[in-house]
Design a protein around this ligand. Structure first.
Ligand SMILES: NC(=O)c1ccc[n+]([C@@H]2O[C@H](COP(=O)([O-])OP(=O)(O)OC[C@H]3O[C@@H](n4cnc5c(N)ncnc54)[C@H](O)[C@@H]3O)[C@@H](O)[C@H]2O)c1
Ligand SMILES: [Zn+2]
Ligand SMILES: [Zn+2]
Length: 360
């Protein structure tokens, strides 16, 4: 039977997104239908619409969301109608070789809804298997993580992507610990969450790098102890100066560009860690002297979704927020309607916002 709902679709590469009516099937086995309350605009949505992720248009955009479960498929037991949930793009399978070795946070076979949502009969590709710039979306039940309903949806939803990715890049992938020095390249929603993660972990020096002075001011609110405008000269030199000539223990790239990756690579101390959380486009390349890769030791890592395990991390982060120990409110620059996504992309590109959040 299913139902028709309003949703934001990217029909073709680089074209403005459109609000259209899509068809959403009733939940089948293993699926949940979620009424979306709020969904943040993440740079990855823009990457999709630019064709930088893949060319499986039309995309149903939006993936940083919180909502209420409306209905579940016959065999679903983890969530029930009425539950307040944050959507996640890592519904772990429990059966792949990684899950079997006790590392579900890097599950190789995550679940999405089996049935497809459609536009005029054409199958939609939901961003990150979610698609939540929509009044309702169909997900695998494991993609809906139940959390404390006392948190505003526009705040809770942020944990579903950018905030989790940034926090986890610092806490899980980068293993930032007490007394560490950390540099974060790119101070958008993801970078600022990495800064906040470094602060929570007890880093003593947190250097924010961006091209935009406004972003650098905001970065201080999340815990940056130093800021560098990348237009102001040699970034690597400036990071060395701040760290007694050594470089940082953990360098987190949250832009997704070769230039910032190289800065991160050279700005780290001996045995330091580089974490790539920014998403590069397929044609990007870097060239690094192999002797530098070897000689500096340490590790070069990438961070997908902050190496999070949603069932473990989402409720914990909500608890930290309710205790006043995690600043989530600071990420919400504005709330907008479902017809405001295209404009939000422009604001994101112009550096005017950390997160525009669609509220249904
Ligand atoms: N790995 C993951 O799991 C994951 C999850 C979510 C988002 N992302 C990616 O993280 C990246 C950041 O996302 P966002 O939503 O924070 O984006 P954003 O657009 O809000 O922030 C990017 C920031 O980088 C800054 N910047 C651009 N060029 C720069 C340069 N040369 N030097 C320094 N700063 C520069 C911009 O001024 C901006 O403040 C994107 O590539 C996004 O796709 C990754
Ligand atoms: Zn698995
Ligand atoms: Zn995202």
């Amino acid at each position: 039977m299913g139902q028709q709902v309003k949703a934001v679709v990217a029909k073709a590469k680089g074209e403005p997104v459109e609000v259209v009516m899509i068809d959403v099937p009733d939940p089948g086995p293993g699926e949940a239908l979620v009424e979306i309350k709020a969904c943040g605009v993440c740079h990855t949505d823009l990457h999709y619409r630019e064709g930088a992720i893949n060319d499986e248009f039309p995309f149903l955009l939006g993936h940083e969301a919180a909502g209420i479960v409306e209905a579940v498929g016959p065999d679903v037991t983890d969530v029930a109608p009425g539950d307040f949930v944050i959507l996640n793009w890592r519904a772990v399978c429990g059966e792949c070789r990684s899950c079997k070795r006790g590392k579900p946070q890097i599950c190789f076979n995550t679940h999405n809804a089996t049935q497809k949502m459609t536009l005029d009969g054409v199958e939609l590709s939901p961003a990150l298997g979610i698609g939540a710039f929509a009044e309702k979306t169909l997900v695998a039940a494991g993609q809906a993580t139940k959390v404390d309903p006392s948190v505003r949806p526009e705040v809770a939803g942020l944990i579903g992507c950018g905030v989790m990715a940034g926090l986890g890049a610092a806490l899980n992938t980068g293993n930032v610990s007490r007394g560490d020095s950390v540099a974060v390249f790119g101070c958008g929603g993801v970078g600022d969450a990495a800064i906040e993660g470094a602060r929570i972990a007890g880093a003593s020096t947190i250097i924010a790098v961006d091209l935009d002075d406004k972003k650098l001011e905001w970065a201080k609110d999340f815990g940056a102890t130093h800021t560098i405008n990348a237009k102001s000269g040699d970034v690597v030199e400036q990071i060395r100066e701040i760290t007694d000539g050594n470089g940082v223990d953990v360098a987190i790239e949250a832009v997704g560009l070769p230039v910032t990756y190289e800065q991160a690579f050279y700005a780290r101390d001996l045995a330091g860690t580089v974490v790539l959380v920014g998403v590069p486009s397929p044609e990007m390349k870097i060239e690094l002297p192999l002797i530098e890769v070897f000689g500096r030791g340490g590790s070069l890592k990438s961070s997908w979704y902050g190496d999070c395990l949603p069932s473990r991390d989402f409720p914990m982060l909500i608890d930290l927020y309710l205790q006043g120990r995690l600043n989530l409110d600071g990420f919400v620059s504005e709330t907008i309607g479902i017809d405001g996504v295209e404009e939000a992309f422009h604001k994101m590109e112009a550096g005017e916002v950390l997160r525009s959040v669609v509220v249904m």
